[in-house]
Design a protein around this ligand. Structure first.
Ligand code: TYM
Length: 333
């Protein structure tokens, strides 16, 4: 069945292996499946929910676009654009914000995590961020949204908002409730230093993550220093329940090798973590270094990157402005 895919990545710098395995690698796989129509967005409106330096933001928008291209997203097959080029995102977000309920947003765990202890000082944008994300998806009638595990709650909210809009205005099926595409395994890559914490661009330790622009030596060194435990190599998947660091490293290995956790466990049966880490480092270097080199190459040509975004923005605008105009008509504007 053909799918209409939408997903987004924030241009906040330091894209890492978690973003790649949890999201971008799947963007490429979905793009390459017959008949899928894919739209991948650099969500710059989301990025400004935290204060950004304007020059750095511009660089990060281009860098995230370079990551998309270097990872294999092909502008001939997929639409690639940055969100602020398409005014319908902000407009649709306002309309849907009037449909969503405070109680729903109050339950969003990512807001609580990101706002931290001093909620009063968080931007209003950060609070209504999941509504903007809902507009992103619904404006394109996306049927499927590939994301990492941390976005699951936001997608459930987008389904609720779509259903409420349809009910409130008596327009059954006008907004399509999207299906999340979250991989059963590998949808939550953890910090290399602490298997209970998500790999994240905001972790102060650079050793907690593999950045997509790390050099071969940096990658090898980070994997060498990654935390493991002192138990023998795992024999069963069930053992991972209490061995989060080992699970994470085996998850990274399995995902990049496109094989099951069971197969990876068999492969290293009777070996030790030293052997495993060496193989893992080689694999990550093999998969990530070409991307990193390509990112560097693309970043030397801002005009090229900007032209891809502009062209994608025009295509995206054609869809999204039509949908938001229909929404406006429905609500009586
Ligand atoms: P963002 O920019 O934080 O992350 C981009 C994608 O990477 C995934 N991800 C991870 N997956 C596995 N392990 C990790 N450690 C890890 N860290 C990040 C995220 O789940 C995400 O899929 N709100 C979104 C962006 C967004 C969006 C959308 C996504 C805006 N509008 C519409 C889908 C549809 C975000 O901040 O992702």
């Amino acid at each position: 069945m053909s799918k209409k895919i939408f997903s987004g990545v924030q241009p906040s710098g330091n894209l890492h292996l978690g973003n790649y395995i949890g999201a971008i690698k799947n963007f490429v796989d979905l793009q390459n499946q017959k008949d899928n129509q894919c739209i991948y967005c650099v969500v710059d409106l989301h990025a400004i929910t935290f204060k950004q330096d304007p020059k750095t933001l511009k660089d990060n928008i281009r860098e995230t676009t370079a990551v998309f291209l270097a990872s294999g997203i092909d502008p001939k097959k997929s639409i690639i654009f940055n969100q602020s080029l398409v005014p319908a995102h902000a407009e649709g977000s306002w309309i849907l914000g009037c449909v969503a309920r405070m109680g729903w947003l109050n339950r969003m765990t990512q807001f609580k995590e990101k706002a931290g202890k001093d909620k009063e000082k968080a931007s209003v944008g950060l609070y209504i961020y999941p509504v903007l994300m809902t507009a992103d998806i619904l404006l394109y009638d996306a049927t499927h949204v590939p994301v990492g595990e941390d976005q699951k709650q936001h997608l459930e909210l987008s389904r609720d908002i779509a259903q409420k809009f349809n009910l409130d205005f008596n327009v059954p099926n006008f907004l399509k409730a999207p299906e999340p595409l979250i991989q059963k395994y590998f949808s939550r890559i953890m910090s290399l230093k602490d298997g209970t914490k998500k790999m994240s661009k905001s972790d102060p330790s650079d050793f907690s993550r593999i950045n997509l622009n790390d050099t071969k030596d940096q990658i090898a060194n980070k994997i060498k220093k990654a935390k493991t435990d002192s138990l023998p190599m795992p024999s069963y998947v069930e053992e991972f329940a209490k061995r989060s660091e080992a699970e994470n490293l085996f998850g990274i290995y399995s995902s990049l090798n496109n094989q099951s956790l069971e197969k990876s466990i068999d492969e290293f049966n009777g070996k030790n973590f030293l052997d495993f880490k060496k193989k893992l480092a080689d694999l990550v270097v093999e998969k990530i270094s070409p991307i990193s080199l390509e990112i560097n190459k693309l970043q030397k040509d801002n005009n090229f990157i900007d032209s891809i975004l502009k062209e994608g923005g025009e295509k995206a605008n054609a869809y999204a402005s039509k949908k938001v105009n229909e929404m406006k008509k429905i609500i009586g504007f």
